[in-house]
Design a protein around this ligand. Sequence first.
Ligand code: CAA
Length: 283
Amino acid sequence: MSIEKFGVIGAGQMGNGIAQVAAASGMEVLMSDIKEEFCEKGIGNISRNLDRMVKKEKISEGDKTAILGRIRTTTSLEDMKGVDFVVEAAVEREDLKFKIFEDLDRICPPGVILSTNTSSIPIGRIAAQTSRSDKVIGMHFMNPVPVMKLVEVIKGIATSEETFQLTWDLCEKFGKTPAEANDYPGFIANRILMPMINEAVFCLYQSVGKAEDIDTVMKLGMNHPMGPLALADLIGLDTCLAIMETLYDGFKDSKYRPCPLLRKYVEAGWLGRKSGRGFYQYT
Ligand code: CAA
């Protein structure tokens, strides 16, 4: 099966990054969101990223125009009926994803693979909302999508070998390196990353260190490209909290309890870079 038309649900930070890499690989991309302004914001972000690449002479002005020309947007999920492969990158909320998959199952022809960029919701649970659980798979990109090489490819219990292989090949076509994971809460990436971030928040909560010092220890002591608190701000504190809740609920193990300070920040609307304030302030 050849994949030429690629559908992306969600034009937010993950969705627009995925749309960019798919279009850069030569595919026709349809990116959807619930409001026109979200689509415009997504396209604006892609355009800025491409400008940066033009300035660094990684691509030409002509390449930029061609990539943008391959991305269309829509506010109607029904338009996904014409695509060959879908990746869903909507907000990390189970009820929302369930509804999207139920709708996509009705809208898309039966052979189309429905993948999800979920960072922690079980693939099997999402697949159960459809009548094609063999064609549902996790395709977990990392933030910032155009820069990060990894895509975690997650097999649900019913995912077929053919679906897995097609998804794997697609990651390579996008210039990414896939890694295979099975369907347990948090998969591999967030099972390891989020408890580290959560522990860094506990260090702040218990005044073991200031935010800057916690990040300096991990940056200079462990050679991480950025400290865990700065990374949490990049990912979004609401997303970090949602993933910790999924780990805690999924394993029923107290070692995954979210730090109360993380919850307090999210309740205050301090969500990290996207809201202008998290563990650090952004202008
Ligand atoms: N979008 C596109 N490109 C970006 C970017 C963005 N948001 N941010 C940085 N870049 C590009 C820059 O243009 C630059 O490109 P060149 O190498 O071509 O010059 C390159 O990335 C490096 O950027 P900078 O020199 O400005 O900054 P840096 O060296 O500090 O790198 C970083 C920035 C790539 C974000 C780096 O700090 C990093 O790798 N941080 C860790 C990121 C990480 O761990 N991501 C995974 C998060 S977990 C996740 O996403 C999964 C989940 O489910 C929560």
